[in-house]
Design a protein around this ligand. Structure first.
Ligand SMILES: [Zn+2]
Ligand SMILES: [Zn+2]
Length: 217
């Protein structure tokens, strides 16, 4: 697998590009909002001969969906996320005002729903879907149990945790439909039970491991 990471938009969202050895590519929260960011993503895709086949959103807060319109228009794939977050796409204008984040192009509607236990699979890459409510009602994390080689090196399991779990903290629960109790119990039961060496890639900020975060939960 090739794994590339961009930090994008004024909120510093981590956007991930996962590609298999024939170039098929899954985008996770490709939240590009500025011309230079759209160009950097597009250039990376062209120069590595990649074909975007899936567009996954960990959740539908505005900062995570800013690139959806560009990706749909450019690569012809629709966003996929949990159904319980779909209402947030109807609140993009409210979120824009609340967060002071201008929206040039709103996200298109979801092409498909993802739910707990689903597998997102392309040859060589399997992501298991965890649904953990609390930061948003439909928050998702994507777990790759056996990534094989990542960027040429044998890798431990990978977890793309969205805004559910960060290095040293967890997501806030005071936004649209947040629920702190649900967030903590979901993190404990679904994420803290993963192998300690699991590399965690949050929606914002640095990478961590499950082992590093266990002391908080
Ligand atoms: Zn969020
Ligand atoms: Zn966020």
């Amino acid at each position: 697998m090739l794994l590339k990471h961009f930090v994008v938009n004024p909120f510093g969202v981590n956007a991930f590009v996962l590609s298999n050895d024939v170039g098929e590519t899954i985008l996770i929260d490709p939240s590009v909002s500025r011309e230079a960011e759209r160009k950097a993503l597009a250039d990376y895709i062209v120069s590595n001969n990649l074909k975007v086949v899936r567009l996954l959103n960990t959740h539908l807060h505005l900062d995570h969906v800013l690139g959806n319109a560009f990706v749909e228009r450019t690569y012809g794939v629709k966003p996929e996320a949990h159904e319980e977050d779909a209402f947030l796409l109807d609140l993009q204008e409210e979120q824009s005002q609340m967060f002071g984040l201008p929206v040039e192009e709103t996200s298109p509607a979801l092409g498909d729903y993802l739910a707990e236990g689903d597998m997102v699979e392309i040859p060589g890459i399997s992501l298991k879907v965890f649904h953990i409510a609390g930061h948003s009602p439909g928050g998702l994390a994507f777990y790759c149990e056996n990534p094989g080689e990542v960027n040429g090196k044998k890798a431990p399991p990978l977890l793309f945790s969205g805004d559910i779990l960060f290095a040293g903290s967890m997501g806030r629960s005071d936004l649209f439909g947040g629920d702190e109790e649900a967030l903590v119990s979901g993190i404990k039961s679904k994420l803290m039970t993963l192998p300690a060496e699991t590399l965690v890639f949050p929606g914002h900020g640095p990478t961590t491991t499950i082992g590093n975060e266990r002391c908080w939960f």
